[in-house]
Design a protein around this ligand. Structure first.
Ligand code: SAM
Length: 247
């Protein structure tokens, strides 16, 4: 799967892309992440990417020309910036005003072959960027970040762990909280030692009786969902039922 991130601050991604699961997925050729600096499409001596808002008010607004031209150029690029052929991919603009990103949206995005993630800064985007590009708009939550980069990393992180071959055990992303296993919170987890500071691992997890372990986990998952996230239990049966396997 290919991600193209369009940003004014590509350096923000360097540590993230060179560590842990992301690095492994990239090294194995399961994922590629191409970074594009929107400023490269700005014209003039000072390459301005933002300007003051018409009508007055605080802050600066991202200008339409560099953003629109950057998106159009990246959509036409093949992998690694070479000329096409390329799938134009799904264009996602990060904004606190967008559809709320969650595990279901991550699952929906994970079947795409290419995602373009457009990161804003300052007061956000000139309205004509939305009007001309008709992007999908996604928000990572009801709060305001300084820029879309952290939101883009959140989306990449959640989507990449769903791709076949990225996690050691495919089941772990099905059984995670909110995931298509049952859409509830995951049960408690324990590892060695069997006892720590007087707290023992529940006996049932030590006995190797798999039906009993499955029962215990299902009950724990329900209890903690009831205690912490009643709203998840109020979803309809269809919302909680595992989705059919994808072809
Ligand atoms: N003035 C904008 C508003 O009130 O809707 C907020 C602009 S914010 C300071 C700058 C950029 O950060 C946005 O253009 C967007 O790309 C990103 N951003 C901020 N909060 C976000 C969120 N919750 N989800 C996704 N992106 C966000």
């Amino acid at each position: 799967m290919r991600f193209d991130v369009l940003t004014l601050f590509p350096e923000i991604f360097s540590g993230y892309l060179s560590q842990s699961l992301l690095k492994l997925a990239i090294d194995r050729g399961l994922v590629r992440v191409d970074l594009h600096n929107i400023r490269d499409w700005a014209k003039g001596k000072h390459r301005p990417v933002d300007d003051r808002p018409f009508g007055g008010g605080p802050g600066m607004v991202l200008k339409p020309e560099p953003v629109v031209e950057c998106v159009e150029a990246v959509q036409a690029m093949g992998a690694g910036g070479e000329p096409g052929p390329a799938s134009p991919g799904r264009l996602i603009l990060l904004t606190p005003q967008g559809r709320r990103f969650d595990q279901r949206v991550a699952e929906e995005l994970a079947v795409s072959d290419r995602l373009l993630l457009l990161c804003g800064r300052y007061e956000g985007f000139d309205q004509r960027i939305y009007d001309l590009l008709s992007p999908e708009e996604l928000s990572v939550g009801d709060f305001v970040l300084n820029g879309g980069e952290v939101a883009a990393m959140t989306i990449i992180d959640a989507v990449v762990r769903l791709l076949p071959g990225v996690l050691g055990d495919e089941n772990s992303s099905i059984e995670d909280s909110f995931s298509r296993g049952n859409r509830l919170l995951e049960h408690a987890q324990y590892t060695r030692p069997r006892e720590y500071r007087g707290l023992a691992v529940p006996e049932v997890l030590l006995g190797g009786n798999h039906p009993d372990i499955a029962d215990w986990r299902q009950r724990d998952s329900l209890d903690r969902t009831r205690a912490r996230r009643q709203d998840l239990l109020e979803l309809g049966d269809d919302d909680r039922r595992p989705d059919p396997p994808q072809d």
